[in-house]
Each structure stands twice: as C-alpha cells, then as structure tokens.
Design a protein around this ligand. Structure first.
Ligand SMILES: C[S@@+](CC[C@H](N)C(=O)[O-])C[C@H]1O[C@@H](n2cnc3c(N)ncnc32)[C@H](O)[C@@H]1O
Length: 303
C-alpha cells in the first residue's frame, strides 16, 4: 500500500519498513505498524527541512555511511516516546529506598561511594527523583551525605539531555504525586521561577547528564561501575535480541551486588540471564549476584 499525503510524496509500506528498520538498527526502537501515519508525517517534515523530494533520497541520508548528516539521530529524536515525570512508578522507588539502598549502603561502607544510573532518562525527572530519594533517606543525615555519590542520567535525545541539564520543570512533571506530597517536594527541592520549578543547587550537584545511545558499544566505557541501574520504559520499545544486548551491557556495568530496575511492563521472567530475581514487597528487581571474587558466569545468558 502507498499513502500519498497533501504534499504529494508517496510513502509506501516498503518505505515505512525500510525507515523503521534503520531506526531499530541504530537505537533499538521498533515502531509498530500503527505508527505508519505518524512516521510518514515526521518523515515528510524532515524531508522538506533537508530539501529532499523522494523517500529514496531521504533514506540515503539515514545511511550509516553518512553519520555526518546527523539526520538519523534527528529522526530518532522525533519518534522516540519521551514521557516521564517525577516519582513515576513510585511503589518501585519506595522499595528501592526501603530495601535496596540500606543493603547497598552497608555493602559499600568500606569505600563510601555509590553510583546510580538512569539509562533513558528523558528530561531528567527520574535521576533527580533518585537524588531526592537519597536526600530524603534517614541514612543521609547519618553520614551518607559525606559519601561520594553520583547519579548519572543518559539519553539518546539531545533535546531531552539539554532540558535535564537546565533542570526547570512545568507542573505536569509532578503529576505522579498527591497534592500534599507535591507541595512538600516542591518546597524542599525546587525554586519557583515564574511558571516553572527549578531544581535546587544541592540536588543538582548530585546529578549529571550525558548524551548516550544505549546501543553504542563504547558508550558506557565513558563511566565506571554502577551500583544501581534504572532503565524503565525504554526496553519495552526494543525487540528481544536488542533487549538482550542491552541487558548484557547493564550486567557488565553493574558492580557485584548491584541492582537493575526495569519498568513495570518490562521484566526478565522467561529470559535466560544471570541476574537474580528478587521479589520485594511491591516490586520485582534484578541483582548481579556473585561474591567479591567475581560475578556469576557469563554462560547463563540465553544463546
Ligand atoms: C518513555 S521515556 C522513559 C523515561 C524514564 N526512564 C521514565 O520511565 O520515566 C524513554 C526514553 O528512552 C530514550 N531512549 C530510547 N532509545 C534509547 C537508546 N537507544 N539509547 C538511549 N536512550 C534511548 C528515549 O529518548 C526516551 O527519552
């Protein structure tokens, strides 16, 4: 089938499939057939910006042999779902604060260093939430505030990374909170700037942001071992082989004893991985087991 828009440019099922496959190969995101009309609109806009008349010409711009065009990344930035808000899936975050943090803090006491990574952080609400959880923990006043703490947020979308670094948010970013909690969080961690809420300096100091494609093989080499990785509402858009590839990279990046948290519609059940599955009161979480002498063997991965 070929759909021709008001702009007169045909966009066939084959065009859709070709562009969708290029996107999946680059960043993992796999668009369902329902996305046909939306992708057509985005592609038409991008083509007119780039001065291209046919989808075939535009596809050449997306080729891995033309990375300097930057067009593939621009297209991905248009299609990726970037929905996020503070304290999203709070039941899991409460499990993190109640069960995981105290355990890890005991484990890491000798080195007094803790690293958390929000992978696919969009505009930054998730990593700032992690920093708030740390500062709200009773352990903060009992010495955690003197640890070397690093919360890293990464995303493929440069616009979102810029927004995250700016740290200024609309009221809609607080939609996951009840009214009294929203007010308390805003009063403690934000400054009002007109219609926006700006993250306060102390919280900002704990968090840094990087532009990173999770499929970039060298990317995670830019930073060290992690104690906690949150990758929520990201892997659900990836086909299974890509999901497995990213999970392997997370496993390598985690310190022994570290935890991986996924979104509520994403889980490792039924997949063969070396992660230990832990059922906390309200959440399923995944731990890199093993001892100080090393992690579980790599042979536990699905082939
Ligand atoms: C739906 S948002 C989720 C944000 C946050 N984790 C949450 O749960 O609220 C998904 C984010 O993943 C990012 N993303 C998708 N594919 C990615 C990739 N290959 N590398 C890095 N980020 C990616 C998107 O740009 C988007 O900002």
């Amino acid at each position: 089938m070929s759909v021709t828009g008001g702009d007169g440019v045909p966009f066939s099922d084959r065009d859709f499939a070709a562009i969708r496959d290029v996107i999946t190969g680059y960043c993992g995101i796999s668009l369902s057939d329902d996305y046909h009309a939306r992708l057509r609109r985005v592609v038409m806009t991008r083509m007119s910006r780039c001065g291209m008349d046919t989808v075939t010409d535009y596809l050449r711009l997306l080729s891995p042999t033309m990375p300097e065009s930057g067009e593939l990344l621009r297209l991905v930035e248009e299609v990726a779902n970037t929905e996020t808000y503070f304290f999203r899936e709070d039941f899991q975050l409460q499990a993190l604060a109640r069960d995981i943090l105290p355990e890890l803090i005991k484990l890491r006491e000798p080195r007094r260093r803790l690293s958390l990574w929000s992978a696919g952080c969009s505009s930054g609400e998730e990593p700032y939430t992690l920093a708030m959880l740390l500062q709200m923990s009773p352990l903060w006043a009992r010495g955690l505030d003197r640890w070397e703490i690093r919360v890293l947020g990464t995303d493929i979308n440069r616009r979102m990374v810029r927004k995250a670094r700016a740290g200024r948010y609309r009221p809609s970013s607080f939609k996951g909170l009840t009214e009294p909690r929203r007010r308390a969080i805003q009063a403690r961690f934000f400054r009002v700037e007109g219609d926006l809420f700006s993250v306060d300096t102390e919280l900002r100091g704990l968090v840094s942001f990087l532009h990173l494609n999770l499929l970039d093989r060298d990317g995670a080499g830019l930073f060290g071992e992690m104690d906690i990785i949150l990758c929520r509402n990201v892997l659900m858009y990836f086909p299974l082989p890509v999901r497995m590839r990213v999970l392997r990279a997370f496993y390598q990046k985690l310190a022994v004893g570290g935890y991986l948290l996924l979104g509520h519609s994403e889980n490792l059940l039924g997949l063969k991985t070396p992660f230990e599955v832990h059922r906390l009161k309200d959440a399923l979480v995944y731990r890199k087991g093993g001892s100080v002498f090393g992690a579980h063997s790599d042979s536990r991965w699905e082939r």
